[in-house]
Design a protein around this ligand. Structure first.
Ligand code: FPP
Length: 230
């Protein structure tokens, strides 16, 4: 969800105004995703590296997150959306963690869509953490190292409950992954748009989904093989 700061600066507003408008886009895109039948939507809301931002910006982002979790609770519950998180949520201040954990708990049996918030998240960090957990299991004698394959590794990742990542959207004209879902994006389609996140709306989201639908996903096979399989 990139470009909040530049969106604000272009208008002579403080960066935090961009984040505030970004939170409005979050609401619109979550609603659109639910309506069109997306099974899972993961939002990169706060990276492990974002802690390095100026303290007042971090504080405002935390406040926005808390407001989001509290204000959206009824909509999330009414729409049968399961809220989960990835990342080092323990680092979040308790005024965010408490309403967040409560909503995760209360929405755990919701089934229509999974909304995953990546918070204090880093793709490399998550791979390292998974590796450490598997090493601990080997050390404890409950896992043989020869049994570690891609499936076993994925099962130990925080994203284990999510479907395969199909489409990754990045706004604001940047064309890189910036440590987001590195393992999971192996076969994801990438979609880049110049639009800053606060201007990213339902129509733009549908455009990204249409672009995804038009792509041929070969997973290493040839196009001809795919057409034969049907
Ligand atoms: C990146 O834009 C955006 C963020 C670091 C924060 C994203 C947060 C929100 C959209 C609002 C809160 C989230 C939820 C789920 C309610 P940037 O600030 O790096 O933009 P820039 O590259 O233009 O400076």
């Amino acid at each position: 969800m990139d470009g909040n700061g530049r969106w604000a600066q272009l208008r002579g507003l403080p960066r935090i105004e961009g984040h505030r408008r970004g939170a409005v886009s979050v609401r619109e895109i979550v609603r659109a995703a639910r309506e069109v039948g997306v099974r899972a939507l993961t939002l990169y809301a706060f990276s492990a590296q974002n802690w390095l931002r100026p303290p007042d910006e971090v504080a405002m982002l935390m406040q926005l997150l808390r407001d989001y979790v509290i204000d959206e609770r009824p909509e999330i519950m009414d729409n049968d959306i399961r809220l989960i998180t990835i990342g080092n949520v323990d680092r979040l201040p308790s005024f965010v963690r408490e309403p967040l954990e409560a909503l995760k708990r209360d929405s755990a049996n919701n089934r229509k869509m999974t909304l995953c918030l990546a918070l204090s998240y880093g793709g490399r960090e998550s791979i390292v953490e998974t590796t450490r957990a598997l090493c601990d299991m080997v050390k404890a004698g409950v896992l043989n190292s020869e049994d570690i394959d891609e499936e076993r590794f994925q099962a130990a990742m925080q994203t284990h409950g999510l479907p395969q990542l199909d489409l990754m959207i990045r706004t604001s004209g940047e064309e890189r992954l910036s440590n987001f879902l590195l393992w999971e994006s192996a076969y994801a389609e990438l979609y880049f748009t110049e639009t800053f996140w606060p201007d990213f709306n339902r129509a733009e989201f549908i455009r990204a989904l249409d672009s995804f639908r038009g792509r041929e996903r070969r997973f290493g096979r040839t196009g001809e093989q795919l057409r034969k399989i049907g």
